[in-house]
Design a protein around this ligand. Structure first.
Ligand code: DON
Length: 316
């Protein structure tokens, strides 16, 4: 299949929709991003690539980082993770607190904010000590480990954290602080709330392009093994399970709608990015900063609908 004309066609058709969404404004540094931008990149398991628009422009990956921290935490403590976080869709907003009390501080899944903060807490408690090369400060070492993981899966050492975004979120992160404190009160946080949030805000502030993100997610399209380098990252069954969680939980209370319209595992971020996996075929990423009411990229979702229709890609 010749992907390039399909992507270029989507870029043409998406133009009128770029002004329809609203840029995330609860993180001031994100509110300054120009809304009318669009990029898309696809990389297949055979190594073919296609891209259109601003596919090389870096943006804040935000919640897309949760897929990678979930992968890391499962690698560290395996199925014990499921004692601290569930794997059911929440049916509520990404930063909702209401279920947490009823469910005794155990977040519904690792892709809502509360669940991702627990996952980050697991990484902090079980961080690697690379032969004493770490800084000795737990938070800095965990941030470094997460950044290194993104760089290694994307095969790109230039990937960096946007400190301004991390600080901007930290200065306004009252909701996440509430979620973390609430979980701490239920005994579901091992580290201090301040330290866990610091790491969490930095992982969300990693800046990547569509091209880098698609490359980083490719192992999830290939049974857990990077099909280009041959390096195994997770087992086939774990890759399938991460994809299952992306499908059922990756778009919060719009996960059902995304499965209905696009039919692929996907993870969104309030920076306007979406990572999507086509098992056995490709990984792709789309970016457009205008968000819909659920906090997912408006034009990005439309573009993925078009792509799924035109390629026939679907897990169903
Ligand atoms: O914690 C937050 O609110 C942000 N750092 C991430 C939220 C997010 O990306 C939700 N995604 N659509």
């Amino acid at each position: 299949m010749d992907l390039q004309p399909i992507l270029d066609g989507i870029a043409d058709k998406i133009g009128p929709h770029l002004s329809e969404g609203r840029v995330a404004d609860y993180i001031p540094a994100l509110a300054r991003v120009e809304r009318e931008q669009f990029g898309m990149a696809v990389i297949t398991c055979k190594g073919e690539t296609a891209q259109t628009g601003a596919a090389d422009t870096v943006f804040s990956i935000q919640s897309i980082s949760k897929v990678f921290t979930l992968t890391m935490a499962l690698g560290k403590i395996g199925n014990d993770l499921w004692e601290r976080v569930g794997r059911e869709p929440s049916g509520s907003a990404f930063n909702s607190i209401i279920q947490l009390e009823r469910e005794h501080g155990i977040p519904r899944n690792p892709l809502i904010n509360a669940g991702a903060i627990v996952v980050t807490d697991v990484i902090l408690s079980n961080r690697a000590d690379p032969g004493g090369r770490g800084s000795g400060e737990a938070g800095i070492d965990a941030i470094r480990e997460i950044l290194d993981f993104m760089r290694s899966t994307a095969h790109d050492e230039t990937i960096a954290i946007d400190r301004e975004v991390a600080e901007s979120e930290a200065a306004h992160g009252f909701r996440n602080a509430s979620l973390a404190n609430f979980m701490k009160s239920f005994g579901n946080m091992e580290n201090s709330v301040e330290r866990a949030l610091r790491v969490y805000f930095h992982q969300c502030a990693i800046a990547m392009s569509c091209k880098q993100l698609a490359r980083a997610g490719l192992f999830l399209a290939a049974d857990g093994r990077d099909p280009i380098s041959g390096k195994r990252i997770v087992t086939p069954s774990r890759a399938r399970r991460i994809n299952a969680i992306m499908l059922t939980c990756g778009h919060y209370d719009a996960s059902g709608d995304f499965a209905f319209k696009v039919g692929l595992p996907g993870k969104s971020g309030v920076g306007g990015g979406i990572l999507c996996i086509v098992p056995d075929i490709a990984a792709l990423a789309v970016w457009s900063p205008g968000l819909n009411k659920n906090g997912n990229s408006h034009a990005g979702t439309l573009a993925l609908e078009m792509l799924a229709r035109e390629t026939g890609w679907s897990i169903f």
